[in-house]
Write a protein of this length. Structure first.
Ligand code: NBP
Length: 493
């Protein structure tokens, strides 16, 4: 048997694995390939991999024996049990210091568990977010590695070579400990849900409020893609608007069933935001908007029973101005979504005790991935200027941007409400913004209600405290004159 020749090993020859191997080979690495169904190895070697620095293995033992030490092994298999199964199969053939990287869409608690488990075996585990789909894997994905940091110096060359580049910088940096890489990928996907829903709302408004054709809407997206909204998702939306069904020359989009699917990463983000008590409203709304879309049968029946009652369903006003306002509404809502996403990651870092590198996160999303955009360059700059920025909206750039966008954004949300066109994400973004910038919210009443019916206690505003109701004390009031003075234990929900 020949000695170790492989710089990098990859298990999983489906769409992502094959393309990532070809990418690594193009970047000068010798890659060893393996797959559960071994016939796929031979097929790959005889076709796509032919003539490239790619060698195959027909057993895990052969695979491991062909890799130089410390072994760098990436799994690109279906997330879940297959990852654990492959780890167990690999373990007897590995040596201390070897590295296993899971590049699938694993849920971050699994990655934290695997990092800890493999640490006890002397194996360095990395969970890496990989974004960009087939095209990204082949020509440069966004890579978000986290886990056992000792592995980073050994995988940095491969990862940064194969990753997408933005202004010459690789869209790949070390994210943080344990499940941090997969966490950041999860939030990336949540933000992707939000970006997509916002674009859908803009399309719906142009179609129904302004009565525009798909070609006209495509032209607007073409223009937007040259400004602050310049991004991959706007670009593909433009192409979708122009795409006609060749059987009758009509826009294919209008024939697609309006019932959205989901694979769960947006839901994971929303659930985690609730777990951490973080107001990530836009991602949550975008997940719920997909849920509402998917009850198509019930919506069809509701459309017959529930009528629009209002002044007019027809837009009246300056169409050009409204389109300019719509661009600003989309931009402002997007800023809110990213501000919320970074708030969530900041809180997760605190909760899970990770060191998160915020400027690098924005940089990693700048190229290669689905949410890539010009906008992420501004976020990178904001966090590079001040890595401890409390909130994205406090940076000079975004502070100015959100103030400039506000009048148009308000106009769009109010007009669409009057016209009866749903804008769950535009609206929640504006509502969140107004809540976030409000010093005194009506939660004082909420606290009073909780104390009234459940003796849950409240605290006084420091400036209003007095001898009877002192500051920084849990107070219960006998609101009715009946009942006792016993308070319920306080808790944070
Ligand atoms: P799939 O998610 O379709 O997985 C196919 C691979 O998993 C094959 O190698 C298959 O082996 C293996 N596999 C399965 Br299925 N069940 C297995 C089991 N029980 N034990 C061992 N191996 C098993 O491939 P993919 O679309 O290339 O995605 C790979 C990973 O990357 C996934 O976690 C995915 O979520 C993630 N991801 C995908 C994309 C994308 O755009 N597709 C983007 C970013 C991340 P077999 O050939 O023997 O059946």
């Amino acid at each position: 048997m020949s000695g170790p020749v492989g710089d990098f090993g990859l298990i999983g020859l489906a769409v992502m694995g094959q393309n990532l191997i070809l990418n690594a080979a193009d970047n000068g690495f010798t890659v060893v390939a393996f797959n559960r169904t071994v016939s796929k190895v031979d097929h790959f070697l005889e076709n796509e991999a032919k003539g490239k620095s790619i060698v195959g293995a027909h057993s895990i033992e052969e695979f491991c024996s062909k890799l130089k030490s410390p072994r760098r092994i990436m799994l690109l298999v279906m997330a879940g049990k297959p990852v654990d199964d492959f780890i167990e199969t690999l373990l007897p053939h590995l040596e201390k210091g070897d590295i296993i990287i899971d590049g699938g869409n694993s849920h971050f608690p699994d990655t934290t568990r695997r990092t800890k488990y493999l640490d006890t075996k002397g194996i360095r585990f990395v969970g890496s977010g990989v974004s960009g789909g087939e095209e990204g894997a082949r020509y440069g994905p966004s890579l978000m590695p986290g886990g056992n940091e000792e592995a980073w110096p050994f995988i940095k060359d491969v990862f940064q070579s194969i990753a997408a580049k933005s202004d010459g910088e690789p869209c790949c940096e070390w994210v943080g400990d344990e499940g941090a890489g997969h966490y950041v990928k999860m939030v990336h996907n949540g933000i992707e849900y939000g970006d997509m829903q916002l674009i859908c709302e803009a399309y719906d408004i142009m179609k129904r409020a302004l009565g525009m054709s798909n070609k006209e809407i495509g032209d607007v997206f073409t223009t937007w893609n040259k400004g602050v909204l310049d991004s991959f998702l706007i670009e593909i939306t433009r192409d979708i608007m122009y795409f006609n069904d060749e059987t009758d020359g009509q826009p294919l989009l209008e024939k697609i069933l309006d019932s959205a699917g989901q694979k769960g990463t947006g839901k994971w983000t929303a659930i985690n935001a609730l777990d951490l008590g973080m107001p990530v409203t836009l991602i949550a709304e975008s997940v719920l908007a997909r849920c509402l879309s998917s009850i198509k049968g019930e919506r069809t029946r509701a459309s017959e029973k529930l009528q629009f009652v209002g002044r007019s369903t027809k837009f009246e006003g300056n169409k050009e101005q409204f389109l300019a306002d719509l661009e600003q509404a989309l931009y402002a809502s997007k800023i809110i979504s990213y501000a919320q996403g970074f708030m969530l990651m900041q809180e997760a870092a605190k909760e899970y005790k990770w060191k998160l590198n915020k400027p690098s996160i924005a940089l990693m999303w700048r190229g290669g991935c689905i949410i890539r955009s010009v906008f992420l360059k501004d976020i990178t700059d904001a966090y590079r200027t001040n890595p401890d920025l409390e909130n994205l909206l406090f940076s000079d750039f975004f502070n100015k941007a959100i103030h400039t966008a506000q009048p148009g954004w308000r106009d769009v949300v109010s007009k669409t409400a009057l016209l009866g066109i749903p804008t769950p994400c535009f609206s929640t973004a504006l509502s969140w913004f107004d809540g976030y910038r409000t010093k005194d919210l009506p939660a004082n009443l909420l606290q009073a209600q909780r104390d009234y019916f459940g003796a849950h206690t409240f605290k006084m505003k420091p400036e209003a405290a007095n001898e009877k109701y002192p500051a920084d004390t849990n107070i219960h009031v006998n609101w009715t004159g009946r009942g006792g003075n016993v308070s319920a234990s306080t808790y944070q929900a």
